[in-house]
Each structure stands twice: as C-alpha cells, then as structure tokens.
Design a protein around this ligand. Structure first.
Ligand SMILES: [Zn+2]
Ligand SMILES: [Zn+2]
Length: 382
C-alpha cells in the first residue's frame, strides 16, 4: 500500500484510488483499496505494467496467501504465515521519525499488534494529532494529512522499555534488525512460538484481561485505537514474564473477575469453568494446539498449589471429605481436558491407581472426582 501511495505522490495524483482505477484492479469500485494487499497474483498484472515494475517484485510487496486450504486462510507476513485479521492494512499507522528519515510507509506497520517503533522508541500513530481523524490511505502525500498537517512534526510519545519488548520480539520473528541493538532476550515460555501463535496467545490473554469471550477477543480488541491496543498487548505480554509468577497472578485476577459475573456453567458441568469462565474453555479451544501445552500445564500446577477447596461443587461442601483440607479434586471430564488424554487412558490410570478418585452422587448421577496432583503428575509423564 505504501508503495502505491508513493507512486501517487510522485505522479501528483489526487488520491491512491486513481492508480487502482487506471490499472483496473478495482474496477467494481466497491472494494476498499487495502484489499490490494491480499490480492491474488493474476489480478496484479495491470498494476505492475502501470508502475513499470516486475510482477514478481510487486507480488513480494503484498501479503500472499499460503497455498493449500486450511480452515482459516493464512497469509505470508515477512515470511511468517499469519491469519488475515492480524494484518490490518485498512488502518494505517506511522512512525513520524521513520518518515523523517525516509518518507515511505514500512510494511511491518501493517501488523495489528505492532504498536511502537523500536528504533525511535515511540508509539506508532494511527490518528492525526491535529485533526484527530484516523490516518487513511486516501491522501496525496505520504507524510502529510488531508488537513495539511505534516506528521513528521507530531509531538513525541515516548515508550517505556517494557512497552517495546513485544515490538522487538515481532521484529526478530520477521527477521528485521533494529539498528544498534543486539537480539532481544525473549520470555522463555513464548520464545519458540511462531508469530501467528504468539499473537493468538497474546490476543487471547488480552481479551481475557478485558473480560471478552475467548472466541471474539481478537476482533473486539482489534476495534480499539492503536494507543489502547499498545497498553493491552504490553500487559498481556508481561503475563509470560517471570514465568509462572505473573501467570499465576493473572489467574488469580481472572478468578476474582469471574466471581463478579453469573454464568450458566452447566455447559461444561465443570467447576473450573465456573471459576475461570471462558479462560478455561479457551484453553481447550482457542489454545488447543500442542504448542500451547505449557499454558495448560502450568494451569494444572496452579490448581495443585492454590489449595482450591472450592474445586468441589457447592453441593459437596456439606459432605466433608476426609482429606479435603489438603487436597483438591477435579471432575473426570476436567482431568481428560487437562491431560489431553482420552477416557480409555484415564480409566486405565484409575484402575491401576495412578489417578486417585472419590465418587459422590448427585441425584441419580455418579460424579467421579480425581486428585489434581495426580493429574499434574500424569501430565508431566504423558
Ligand atoms: Zn521509527
Ligand atoms: Zn489531520
């Protein structure tokens, strides 16, 4: 997109859309121009001719879709496959200092989670400081707003060190060097995640911190302004620091937050769902991949350490269990989710005594509870 904006400026056109009309990419006139960033190669021929560049070079500027047909299409972003909603070409952001050094839009700014410039240690802006309108692609000059304000003169907004860490992490994954800086030290548990997985985990946690449901957190978070977004993601990133201390604190907060809402937790029939709400269900849906196993594993550790007496449903509390003061139990269905094993294996482990159980009846139903510490042990060996 930035490339065509420069072309617009060089040729003195009124706006970006002129170029698209001439090249006949956007002939319906109804599709927003940013879609171009995801355009299929065969539709780019006209543009390449008009711009006088090689088609291959032009394709390299777009976020090409991966071949194959996964349930959610992936696009290449600096060689990293990511879902399309993570690339936000429709909401341009800029670093005023980068533009001062060289007036063109950096492609990495199109990533929704990138909210700061590590070189100039300042926030990217997505809103004109003068007219307060959202920065748009429909402008004549790369560095100047339609209100005539030159963004290179935007007031500085410094970022604390903590706020730059995610940015550096993203740069590293994209293979982009940061001038004058060594490779950043990444938080250990998330240092091996791909860009897509890292952002999936961060958006999930950020959504949880704001009380959004697991499935929609990414979309809800993405609706906000870049500034708010920066704060949210910086907070979410720190959950993975000082592992697992900060994560435990996050779980404490999440439980406290969940106590304030009334939910029908019958859906999963699990007290863990009542305690942790969509965080618990999200652990097994949004973050179901084995690369996120460390998040589940330490969650079980949390359960064993926290002496959660209320892991047993309320109906059980007037039915004291001999060692309930020391131990905590979870439902058999929870044990299955938390270990990722199937029922056959769980039953086998119960038979050979590796999982210790207690049985309580509720109406006509028999409920089987399993010791959390046994679940943790089984997980570590599994
Ligand atoms: Zn910059
Ligand atoms: Zn303006």
């Amino acid at each position: 997109m930035g490339y065509f904006l420069r072309l617009t400026e060089k040729n003195g056109y009124d706006s970006l859309s002129w170029i698209f009309q001439m090249a006949d990419v956007n002939h319906e006139g109804t599709r927003p121009a940013y879609i171009l960033a995801f355009e299929a190669p065969e539709r780019l021929t006209g543009l390449a001719q008009l711009a006088g560049i090689n088609l291959i070079e032009l394709i390299q500027l777009t976020h090409q879709r991966l071949l194959g047909n996964p349930s959610t299409p992936l696009h290449y972003f600096f060689g990293q496959p990511v879902t399309q909603d993570l690339i936000r070409s429709n909401r341009p952001k800029i670093c005023p200092d980068c533009l001062s050094e060289s007036p063109y839009c950096r492609r990495v700014w199109e990533l929704s989670a990138l909210t700061a410039c590590p070189t100039h240690r300042r926030l990217l802006i997505d809103e004109c400081p003068k007219c307060k309108r959202q920065i748009s692609w429909s402008r004549k000059i790369v560095t100047v707003c339609s209100c005539k304000f030159d963004w290179r003169e935007s007031p500085a907004s410094s970022v604390v060190e903590q706020g730059l860490r995610l940015t550096r992490h993203i740069y590293q994954l994209c293979g982009l060097p940061v001038a004058g800086e060594a490779q950043p030290k990444l938080p250990e548990p998330i240092s091996k995640l791909s860009l897509n997985d890292l952002l999936l985990a961060l958006f999930f946690v950020a959504g949880q911190q704001r009380g959004f449901s697991a499935a929609t957190s990414r979309h809800l978070v993405a609706a906000g302004k870049s500034k708010n977004f920066h704060r949210l993601l910086t907070e979410a990133y720190s959950v993975f620091d000082n592992w697992p201390v900060n994560y435990f604190r996050f779980l404490d907060q999440r439980r406290a937050q969940e106590r304030k809402v009334t939910r029908t937790y019958q859906r999963m029939k699990s007290t863990l769902y009542r305690e942790f709400g969509s965080f618990y269900s999200g652990l097994h849906s949004v973050l179901s991949g084995s690369q996120f196993d460390f998040i589940r594993g330490v969650f079980v550790e949390y359960l064993t350490q926290k002496r959660m007496l209320d892991c047993l449903p309320d109906t059980m509390s007037n039915n004291p269990i001999e060692d309930s003061l020391k131990s905590r139990y979870v439902l058999k269905s929870d044990a299955r989710r938390l270990t990722g094993a199937d029922y056959a294996w769980i039953n086998h482990c119960i038979r050979i005594g590796r999982l210790r159980t207690i049985v309580r009846s509720k109406g006509k139903k028999r409920l089987i509870f399993i010791k959390v510490e046994d679940v943790a042990k089984l997980r570590s060996e599994y």
